[in-house]
Ligand binder design. Structure first.
Ligand code: GLA
Length: 395
């Protein structure tokens, strides 16, 4: 009887066309981005100059360089892969630059054990003037799912009077309706305070700032240096958590506009912030120093700590700062940061870490990869100009 009812159910399901086995119907993955997404994106280095050959090479390099082994996963094409819509309204990838099509490209990336991402925009046009997603959300989501897209960055150009929260809710519903788990990266630049609603509408990360530029400090027309984006994170810490992250924008590490010391600071601070680690450099030609920064597993482990608590600035005196973050094992990650022009000692007190003043704790340096010993009450280190000392403090 049991056998009969299983057979009957199977036949019925077959007749009405419903999938019988669980693996045929991928459920929406509620566990998307349990830790901040890690990967690579084409924009910071290449802008509109993207093509399939380069994406192949970047996926190859992600594996060969040790980036994949260090935890990087997503290979994301930013703006300019799309050129038009066909007569049915389907989005058309640039046939010159992507002659094999997006499905073949996603297959290539997946075959390397990596994941594939694309970019679109909530308005009528992307920021580079390509067709946007407005009015085509469900159709686009189905297309992305059919290609095997795992990550969508959704921008905010040409949105007129659109409501940001409603627009991002629509694209999340469309992605869910496609049946494929797709990370949603909200790229609204912080204008409508996406930290207040981003998680509720199913965003997995949201930009908190305008575009980063490959400079230490300063602001130009549409973009700002690393320090400007860093300072804008203060006060937003409590909005981040597993599945929903503040995004101070992609990494500039290795793009040439900062010193290696400054890139080390940029990377350490993004890790203490639980920021997405989306590299933006040419992975095919990294110097050993840049590779060492991007693949420092001890620093990456801080970014990826499963507790998912974003760090905060616990002390500031002029150019000297202390940033700290509680970790899942009860220890703390600490960045001693010197924005100034000369070396200075920086001292962290245990009370700044919310530890009892005289608790003995082991301090480990995450850039020197060595234990510095047992300390009680405080730890102090000289910090070079524009540099960090990054440690864990473990009772
Ligand atoms: C906006 C985004 C950038 C990038 C460009 C592409 O400026 O904030 O990150 O995606 O658009 O045109």
């Amino acid at each position: 009887m049991k056998q009969f009812s299983f057979l009957a159910a199977f036949l019925m399901a077959f007749l009405i066309g419903a999938p019988v086995f669980a693996q045929d119907t991928p459920a929406i993955d509620k566990g998307l981005a349990p830790t901040p997404p890690m990967g690579w994106n084409s924009w910071n280095k290449f802008g509109c100059n993207v093509n399939e050959q380069m994406i192949h090479e970047m996926a190859d390099a992600m594996v060969a360089s040790g980036m994949k082994d260090a935890g990087y996963q997503y290979v994301n094409i930013d703006d300019c892969w799309q050129v038009s819509r066909d007569k049915n309204g389907n989005i058309v990838p640039d046939p010159q630059r992507f002659p094999s099509g997006m499905k073949a490209l996603a297959d290539y990336v997946h075959a390397k054990g990596l994941k594939f991402g694309v970019y679109s925009d909530a308005g009528t046009k992307t920021c580079a003037g390509r067709p946007g997603g407005r009015g085509h959300e469900f159709q686009d989501a189905l297309m992305y799912a059919s290609w095997g897209v795992d990550y969508l960055k959704y921008d905010w150009c040409s949105t007129g009077t659109q409501n940001a929260e409603a627009s991002y809710k629509t694209i999340r519903e469309a992605l869910n309706a496609s049946g494929r788990p797709i990370v949603l990266s909200i790229c609204e630049w912080g204008t409508a305070k996406p930290w207040l609603w981003g998680a509720q509408v199913g965003g997995n990360l949201w930009r908190t700032t305008g575009d980063i530029m490959d400079k230490w400090d300063g602001t130009e027309k549409y973009s700002s240096g690393m320090l400007v984006n860093l300072d804008k994170q203060v006060g937003l810490e409590s909005f981040a958590g597993p599945g929903h992250w503040n995004d101070p924008d992609m990494l500039e590490v290795g793009n040439g506009g900062m010193t290696n010391t400054e890139y080390r600071s940029h990377f350490s601070l993004w890790a203490i912030l639980a920021a997405p680690l989306i590299a933006g450099n040419d992975l095919r030609s990294m110097t050993p120093e840049i590779k060492e920064i991007l693949t420092n597993k001890e620093v990456i482990a801080i970014d990826q700590d499963p507790l998912g608590r974003e760090g905060r600035r616990v002390w500031k005196d002029g150019d000297l700062e202390i940033w700290a973050r509680p970790l899942a094992d009860g220890s703390r990650a600490v960045v001693l940061f010197n924005r100034g022009t000369s070396e200075q000692p920086i001292k962290v007190n245990w009370t700044q870490l919310e530890y009892p003043a005289h608790l003995p704790a082991t301090v480990r340096d995450l850039w020197q990869h060595k234990e510095l010993g047992k300390f009680s009450g405080e730890f102090s280190a000289p910090v070079a100009s524009h540099d960090v000392v990054m440690v864990t403090v473990k009772p």
